[in-house]
Ligand binder design. Structure first.
Ligand code: NAD
Length: 253
């Protein structure tokens, strides 16, 4: 038996075509999941992705209520959701346009609200949800107003949802990763600004410098974060709800 047992479970994953979402889909498939409902705005990447179990792929924008009209009919009896689609963007206050602020909040926070609004009423009693927040939602850093506020909002959304869903024994938790080596990493304000300050090209030396900003001296891999998401989703975390698992190598200490 896989240590994280998802035998016969049905799960929704947003932002499933890449990075943490794709790693989460593979983890659930390896753990015996019966059906995964995978959504992403990148239709080609979603089509090409095969986690190794039965899947329903629905391309669309998490921030579009119409997308959720299309997804909802597939969610009846849902066991788990990984609310994960997100973008890293924005800059310093005064330099970030309102449209950019709205774009980040729209995807990361409105998208999560719409995901929960659709998935929670259709989830079976005893189900579980994990939202992918970020250490930027906890630790204030220059250049992260939009991204950080979207993730701080996501953490509070998880806590409110946890309390609302508890009478149905549904658990809702958040994970707050630090740097994770995925395609989004070099767009995060911290690393983007570091690269800009050192000539504008990503190098191994800059990767090492960024990693050294964490006490453990390393990034996480998508698979490591997915395993921690899997723990929170699984029955091993049966008494954990409304929690934020900070997985940042000590960056926020
Ligand atoms: P990623 O870019 O590999 O994956 C994100 C996926 O979300 C992509 O497939 C993308 O197409 C999809 N997506 C983006 N906007 C969307 C939208 N509006 N509608 C539907 N799909 C959309 O990056 P990742 O690192 O795997 O990111 C997953 C989550 O982890 C994000 O919420 C991100 O903020 C969070 N996170 C990442 C890091 C990091 O360093 N990589 C750190 C902390 C938190």
């Amino acid at each position: 038996m896989h240590i994280l047992d998802f035998t016969d479970r049905k799960a929704l994953i947003t932002g499933a075509a890449s990075g943490i979402g794709a790693a989460g889909a593979r983890l659930l498939a390896n753990g015996g999941a019966a059906t995964l409902i995978l959504t992403d705005r990148d239709a080609d990447a979603l089509d090409a992705f095969d986690p190794g179990c039965s899947v329903v792929r629905i391309a669309g924008d998490v921030a579009d209520p119409g997308h959720w009209d299309e997804v909802a009919p597939h969610l009846d009896g849902l066991d788990h959701a990984i609310v994960n689609a997100g973008i890293a963007a924005g800059g310093a206050i005064g330099e970030t346009g309102f449209a950019e602020w709205r774009r980040v909040l729209g995807t990361n926070l409105d998208g999560a609200f719409l995901t929960l609004s659709t998935a929670l009423p259709l989830m079976r009693e005893g189900g579980s949800v994990v939202l992918t927040a970020s250490v930027s939602g906890i630790k204030a850093e220059p250049g992260t107003a939009a991204y950080g506020c979207s993730k701080a909002g996501l953490i509070h959304l998880a806590r409110v949802a946890a309390k609302e869903a508890a009478p149905r024994r549904i658990r809702v938790n958040a994970i707050a990763p630090g740097g994770v080596d995925t395609p989004i990493w070099d767009q995060t304000p911290f690393f983007r600004d570091l690269v800009a300050e050192h000539g504008g090209a990503r190098t191994a030396a800059l990767d090492a410098m960024a990693a050294m900003a964490t006490p453990l001296g390393r990034y996480a891999s998508a698979d490591e974060i997915a395993a921690q998401v899997g723990f929170l989703l699984s029955d091993m975390a049966a008494t954990i709800t409304g929690a934020v698992l900070v997985s940042d190598g000590g960056y926020s200490l």
